[in-house]
Design a protein around this ligand. Structure first.
Ligand SMILES: Cc1ncc(COP(=O)(O)O)c(C=O)c1O
Length: 403
């Protein structure tokens, strides 16, 4: 078998909910020759990245930030391995496929997991969260953690993290609030300190505008205290690679401008992330404006879909993400036809992920450089191509019906 080299595939515009297109500067930085991970130059890049990621989640009080080689899933794993002990109770708020994933991860570390599930496309009701928290307290076994998927990438549902965190603080103050911000960071507002979040976990390849391959996690002092208290009792992390016993000294060394080693950092990815974080936190478009641009781009896509008669999977107007949109294809049209039509026009969109409706919808990403770069020309192109492809698929259906 000869290796495949599909240059034309690589040139298509990625409009999936991550990975996303890179800014020219991030792309160039990625291609630089690797640096030594213990060189003063790289240590400075790492330190600055740890500082800038705190700015993106709006924290000045968080204890420790982690940037590790691995995907977003590694954030779940860090939570399971370092904050969960066998038999601990966890409450997972489920708004799609990624809630199942987080639950499965916590199960692996012996957690006793309850799910509060939304209707397909809806958000979890705060009253249901409140009830679950009260019931757990009433039986004397409060939840150790509550997890929220900020944007579930399978449905495009945006959860109200601030309201959930406030509910947890009120009815179960000892419970840690963990936010899966893989599909939301830098495309939705995340206020770690103001909302009282204990863990924010994310990944490099979506709103943060870098290639896939980095797990990003910021832990509050409360989260670190809980891990320390467990360590004092002699209970170690349930994992080797995810172990905070291993990584906290490394992250703290970098934070103090000193090199340290546990596993070799992904130096090129960290440099690319650094370049993107500089754009996000120090670039000509401030973070607040970036978020406003995401809302604008999201409106363009969603309004165009409405004109085409496509319904959104996310059914509550306030519960719709701004960095992606999940859209049912028109009745009688196949998702594969629409995806094929946009691909022929040079755009890659994603198929469905939720089992029950998998073949009935598509997912469109509009994050990061696609939104803020070149005056948002990518998003205009995506909207035009979607309109053409859907009209073509509807026409094909009409012709086939007549035959
Ligand atoms: C909300 C959410 N959580 C977790 C993950 C897992 O991240 P990764 O695929 O980078 O491991 C994803 C991936 O898309 C996601 O969208």
């Amino acid at each position: 078998m000869s290796p495949s080299t599909p240059p034309e595939a690589a040139q298509k515009l990625l409009a999936i909910p991550g990975p996303i297109p890179l800014s020219p500067n991030v792309q160039r930085t990625l291609g630089l020759a690797p640096q030594s991970h213990v060189s003063p130059e790289f240590v400075k890049i790492f330190l600055e990245s740890l500082h800038m990621i705190r700015e993106v989640v709006h924290t000045t009080s968080a204890s420790t930030a982690f940037i590790l080689a691995g995907s977003g899933t590694l954030g779940w794993d860090q939570v399971g391995a370092n904050l969960i002990e066998k038999g601990d109770r966890a409450l997972v708020l489920h708004t799609g496929y990624f809630g199942d994933g987080f639950k499965e991860c916590l199960d692996t570390y012996g957690a006793n997991v309850d799910l509060v599930k939304s209707e397909l496309g809806g958000t979890v009701k705060i009253a249901d969260v409140e009830n679950a928290l009260k019931n757990a307290k009433d039986v004397g076994k409060p939840y150790k953690i509550v997890t929220i998927t900020h944007v579930d990438t399978s449905t495009g549902v945006l959860s109200d993290a601030r309201a959930v965190a406030a509910c947890v603080r009120q009815f179960s103050p000892e419970t840690l609030v963990v936010l899966d911000a893989v599909c939301s960071l830098a495309s939705e507002d995340v206020q770690m300190d103001a909302w009282g979040l204990d863990v924010v976990l994310s990944a490099s390849q979506k709103g943060l505008g870098a290639p896939p391959g980095l797990s990003i996690l910021i832990a509050s002092q409360r989260a670190i205290n809980l891990w320390e208290e467990r360590l004092k009792r002699g209970v170690k992390s349930g994992s080797f690679y995810s172990s905070w016993e291993k990584w906290i000294p490394i992250m703290r060394a970098y934070d103090q401008n000193k090199p340290a080693y546990f596993g070799t950092p992904a130096v090129n990815l960290v440099r690319a992330l650094h370049a993107s974080l500089v754009e996000i936190t120090r670039g000509p478009i401030p973070l607040a404006t970036r978020l406003a641009l995401h809302i604008h781009a999201s409106d363009l896509v969603k309004k165009s879909a409405e004109r085409l008669g496509m319904e959104q999977v996310a059914c509550e107007p306030a519960g719709r993400a701004h960095g992606m949109t999940a859209l049912y294809v028109p009745e009688g049209v196949s998702a594969a036809d629409v995806l094929g039509g946009v691909a022929r026009r040079g755009v890659i969109m994603a198929g469905g992920l939720v089992k029950e409706v998998k073949d009935r919808y598509i997912r469109v990403g509009h994050m990061g450089w696609s939104v803020v770069g070149d005056g948002g020309k990518d998003v205009s192109f995506v909207v035009r191509v979607l309109e053409e492809a859907v009209k073509e698929a509807v026409e094909k259906k009409r012709v086939t019906a007549r035959l």
